[in-house]
Design a protein around this ligand. Sequence first.
Ligand code: COA
Length: 247
Amino acid sequence: MSDLNVASDAKVDAAATVAATAVVLSGAVIGPDTVIEPGAVIREGVTIGTGCLVGENAVVGREPRLAAHSRAQGRETGATVVGDGVSICAGAIVLAGAQLADGVVIGDQAHVRERAVIGAGSVVGRGTTIDNDVVVGSGVRIQTLVYITTGSVIEDDVFVGPGAITTNDDSMGRHDGSVPLKGATLRRACRIGGGSVLLPGVEIGEEAVVGGGAVVKHDVSPRTVVVGVPARRIGTVGDDELVENWR
Ligand SMILES: CC(C)(COP(=O)(O)OP(=O)(O)OC[C@H]1O[C@@H](n2cnc3c(N)ncnc32)[C@H](O)[C@@H]1OP(=O)(O)O)[C@@H](O)C(=O)NCCC(=O)NCCS
């Protein structure tokens, strides 16, 4: 490990590996058996636990650069904390104040914004964006190129298929800043089909299913299957499909 690429006040465990072309900035803490691959940047004050991987060119703990009109302006980001056994894959960007619990996987080129919280064992797929302040539970599987917008909450064991989109602003910017953004609420173990669009403020009930390509305008009751544009009910999730049978 070169002294040039690791700040003198960073605490890198003797059993960690930092590539010569990686950078570890002031006050960062890197736990044992963690590997920081070439080109990765660990920003000031980030804490990374035991047995993690930070892949090539990933960035952890970067402060956001916000537009002047951004709703996220003026808020402290807080500590960036990465638990044990976390993988932050190549080119992923994790902004300051994000918290990744044990066993989380952040796929290649994914983007996790400031103060987002990702629960234990959850997976964020390749190129997916998790916006600022989003809360994701444990055991959640979010696939490739998904967009989870600000104001969304995702409970444990939810599945989100590739390319699904959540939204939070029906006016699309034509209101003053006092109007709250209303993201999606995805209740425990619901499943969201690929390419679906969840319009602002919808709640998808526990163990409900949204079909691929659906456009969801209204809340979906627990264990209800909806498909189409606009989404309509076509059935019920059977006992045999419940998540406890598939762990
Ligand atoms: C919603 C879904 C689970 C329903 O599967 P199913 O219970 O086997 O439903 P069926 O195939 O029997 O279809 C029932 C009816 O709904 C229609 N339908 C099913 N899925 C639909 C969808 N996504 N959009 C529009 N209509 C749909 C069918 O055409 C059929 O209509 P019909 O009776 O007029 O012929 C499935 O079709 C689906 O969309 N899966 C999502 C897959 C996905 O995105 N996975 C992500 C990981 S890759």
